[in-house]
Write a protein that binds this ligand. Structure first.
Ligand SMILES: Cc1ncc(COP(=O)(O)O)c(C=O)c1O
Length: 385
């Protein structure tokens, strides 16, 4: 049988379009090559402009977790108090990371599928003095988008704490701005809504974050130290650690695509298409795990219909055979559903193919649905866009 093309519909890495692949396939040059230096400088400049950051932007080789570590390492020191706002698995990741750094960690935990609210944050900040607050914009284990702008407002109105936002599953697909929103550090990585292969950790630091870094002197960490990288981000002809040249070219192409689409339209597209895929899945009995109004535009957790008899492992295996790679659920949702990304540079063909494969997988797993029911909702929505 002819092998079906695999669509990477897990919540990252996301499908990489041809023009970005081409950049990764280019012949690698020296990191001091003047053309590459100019490309790298342009990438840093674009990141600052597009995310409205009057501070600094950093791009280093690493995954999203490295970016989380880099964020905390540069704005907090042993003995300080941090409030971790966690909506699930990746929110919790900050706990261990901050404890290892010697911070005193308090955690606000939302029920799975729900979000910490600005009111929760304000109430906790009124109880105790914190130097740092962390929040995960889109929680990849639940498909919940936290109200980041409002949480930032609450943090700055009630305290002098700095706010770190984990934008790994959001940045480039959901609106985030550094200065206007009052985000002190935003971190993300290349393989999600940027649609680049894994390997780049990216971070924006506003003025207040840079001022805090300056008070810390020599920090224990080396690779993630802002002070080591800042000269390179200001002038990429300088050296500290070898830059991932081809991935930086790929990021440049990703930013070009974003500018061509327009960030506003890109965010609107994610919102429209995320809601459409959710509606399509609901039409065949799946439940979106994230409670409204916290549904993320970038990815969703779809819980299997009650009484459908669908076996989780079998379903995801069949779905993969039908050409769609999805992810299993984590924590409270483990075994009860699957996770699907709908972010980045995916087009209508991809969305239609993905939902079509879900319909076939349902049928093959013995859950009898009316063929075309989910697809019909999606198709009509796309046609009316
Ligand atoms: C919200 C969030 N934060 C952090 C991470 C960690 O990123 P990485 O796997 O690239 O280290 C992930 C990974 O999926 C994530 O979804």
């Amino acid at each position: 049988m002819l092998k079906t093309k695999k669509l990477v519909m897990i919540p990252g890495p996301t499908p990489v379009v041809r023009s970005i692949q081409d950049q990764m396939g280019r012949e690698t040059v020296a990191f001091g090559d003047p053309d590459f230096v100019a490309d790298f400088a342009e990438v840093i400049g674009d990141l600052k402009t597009l995310w409205k950051c009057g501070g600094e932007a950093f791009v280093v080789a690493g995954s999203g977790t490295l970016a989380m570590e880099m964020a905390v390492a540069n704005v907090a020191k042993r003995g300080e108090n941090v409030l971790v706002c966690s909506n699930g698995f990746f929110g919790d990741r900050f706990i261990d990371l901050c404890e290892r750094k010697g911070l005193n960690v308090d955690v606000l935990k939302a029920r799975w599928g729900e979000s910490i609210t600005p009111e929760n944050v304000a109430a906790q900040l009124a109880r105790k003095d914190y130097q740092l607050v962390t929040v995960t914009h889109v929680e990849t284990s639940t498909g919940v988008a936290a109200p980041v702008a409002e949480i930032a407002g609450a943090v700055h109105e009630t305290s002098s704490a700095l706010l770190i936002v984990d934008g790994v599953a959001a940045t480039g697909g959901v609106e985030e701005t550094i200065d206007p929103m009052g985000i002190d550090i935003l971190l993300t990585c290349s393989q999600k809504a940027f649609g680049v292969a894994p390997g780049l950790a990216m971070l924006w630091a506003g003025q207040r974050a840079m001022e805090k870094r300056a008070t810390l002197g020599r920090i224990p960490e080396s690779y993630v130290d802002f002070d080591k990288w800042l000269p390179i981000m200001h002038n990429p002809a300088k050296y500290w650690g070898t830059p991932p040249i081809n991935l930086i070219w790929a990021l440049k192409e990703s930013l070009r695509i974003m500018k061509e689409e327009g960030l506003e339209e890109r965010y609107a597209r994610h919102a429209r298409q995320g809601a459409l895929v959710d509606a399509a899945m609901e039409a065949i009995g799946f439940t979106v795990a994230a409670r409204k109004p916290y549904r993320a535009p970038t990815l969703s957790v779809y819980l299997y219909p009650e009484g459908s008899g669908i076996d989780d492992v079998q379903f995801r295996t069949v779905l993969a055979d039908e050409g769609v790679q999805s992810a299993g659920c984590l924590g409270d949702f483990q075994g009860k559903g699957f996770r699907m990304g709908h972010m980045g540079n995916i087009d209508r063909h991809t969305l239609v193919s993905a939902v079509g494969a879900v319909e076939r997988a349902c049928f093959k797993c013995g859950y009898r649905i009316e063929f075309g029911k989910a697809l019909g909702v999606l198709q009509e929505g796309l046609a009316r866009e």
